[in-house]
Design a protein around this ligand. Structure first.
Ligand code: PLP
Length: 412
């Protein structure tokens, strides 16, 4: 029985927490960026480590009493370097966005030219969107996918790099279902005096398990979140070559953050240990197998899968092929207890708030235990909800899966 103290202290808040737990238990979580952490990660997040101020780095703090949190952060750094084969790691970023902002602060001056993947073709807000600090302070030039193949157009990217000689190129995406050729991007960058930052937020778990090629040998800097496929606590992480280590550390603190969240850093350390195990490798392979099977099954039902399929943990389902908009599909799926998100597809004729696609990912349902045969049931639920408009049938398919694979069964 967890959260008994919350229950006693603040029953109204406790009720909200219970409802959210039941929502997680009773819905199929297909948001590609979400996951369910282990009990060990939860224990760290809810621990007394939150009490400690530790501005600075292990061995060089601005507060006393850091001898044990120093050990915790050093362990986390060591594991991050070992797991990803990196020379230097900073484990303090509060989030992926914070990690990216710190890298820009470390390497760029306001107005510098940078390239990033276009948001409406799969990039992230922090890769130069006009509404994000990145797009306001730096001169971002977007690159994107080939309209025919819907895959990254490396030749066009190279042309843009040669023409614009950006200081930095940001590779990585939030909604791109294919392998990214980091070696090729690095070659393009380094022949043109451009630094390469790879934001592997979505695929960090796949990279850790060797299921997606690692950017670490090729990129000058690699950023990631720790809570997506990596299945750790909500947070960020920066890996880099030794020569950038000092600048990156300074850009996090005192550059853009204050005290690190030591409970989160402990949780990152546990998650990184989990990611070193054979179970985690098998889990990452299963994520990709599930995504492939689900993508094929949806395609058989009449949905169009952007780029014709997937190599990783996610797919973009073009629901205009079955006469729906992304927004309506998202709402309808929600009403049958499937959580996904509407998403633009490359060259989307709809506005982003409406969109033609739904982004679907398998990391969370794979953590829950679902395997290939279950993906067929999910595809049946999509067909029932979005093509045949039989919401009761869709709901019963979902319930058969959520009943079969309990989530946090003993939590409350
Ligand atoms: C999710 C994501 C981020 C942002 O992570 P937050 O922790 O939400 O700030 C950054 N970059 C990419 C590519 C992402 O997918």
């Amino acid at each position: 029985m967890r959260y008994q103290h919350v229950k006693n202290e603040d029953p109204a808040l406790y009720e909200m927490m219970v409802k959210e737990l039941h929502r997680q238990q009773s819905h199929l979580e297909l948001i590609a960026s979400e996951n369910f952490v282990s009990e060990a990660v939860l224990d760290c997040m809810g621990s007394h480590l939150t009490n400690k101020y530790a501005e600075g780095l292990p061995g060089a703090r601005y507060y006393g009493g850091c001898e044990f949190v120093d050990q915790i952060e050093s362990l986390c750094i060591e594991r991050a370097c070992t797991l990803f084969g990196a020379e230097h790691a900073n484990v303090q970023p509060h989030s992926g966005a914070q990690a990216n902002t710190a890298v820009y602060f470390a390497l760029l001056k306001p107005g510098d030219t940078v390239m990033g993947m276009s948001l409406d073709q799969g990039g992230h807000l922090t890769h130069g969107s006009k509404v994000n600090l990145s797009g306001k302070y730096y001169h971002f030039i977007p690159y994107g996918v080939d309209p025919k193949t819907e895959r990254l157009d490396y030749d066009a990217m190279e042309k843009l790099v040669v023409e614009n000689k950006p200081k930095l190129l940001v590779a990585g995406a939030s909604a791109y279902p294919r392998i990214i050729d980091f070696e090729r991007i690095a070659k393009i960058c380094h022949e043109n005096g451009t630094l390469l930052m790879v934001d592997m937020a979505h695929i960090a778990g796949l990279v850790a398990a060797g299921v997606h090629p690692s950017p670490v040998p090729y990129a000058d800097i690699v950023t990631t979140t720790t809570h997506k496929t990596l299945r750790g606590p909500r947070g960020g992480l920066i890996l880099c070559k030794e020569e950038f280590g000092k600048a990156i550390d300074k850009a996090i603190f005192p550059g853009t953050q204050g005290g690190p969240l030591m409970h989160t850093i402990a949780a990152k350390a546990v998650a990184l240990k989990e990611a070193m195990g054979d179970d985690f490798k098998a889990y990452q392979h299963q994520i990709v197998k599930n995504a492939t099977v689900l993508s094929d099954a949806l395609s058989d039902k009449g949905f169009r899968i952007v780029s014709g399929g997937t190599d990783n943990h996610l797919m973009l389902v073009d629901v205009s092929a079955v006469g729906m908009t992304g927004r309506d599909a998202d709402d309808t799926l929600g009403s049958v207890n499937i959580t996904a998100n509407k998403n633009t597809i490359p060259f989307d004729p709809q506005k982003p708030a409406i969109a033609s696609g739904v982004r679907v990912g398998t990391p969370a349902v794979t953590t829950r235990g679902l395997i290939e045969a279950d993906m067929q049931v999910i595809a049946d639920a999509f067909e029932a909800a979005l093509i045949n408009h039989d919401l009761d049938l869709a709901r019963s398919k979902v319930k058969s899966l959520t009943d079969k694979y309990p989530l946090y069964p003993d939590m409350i």
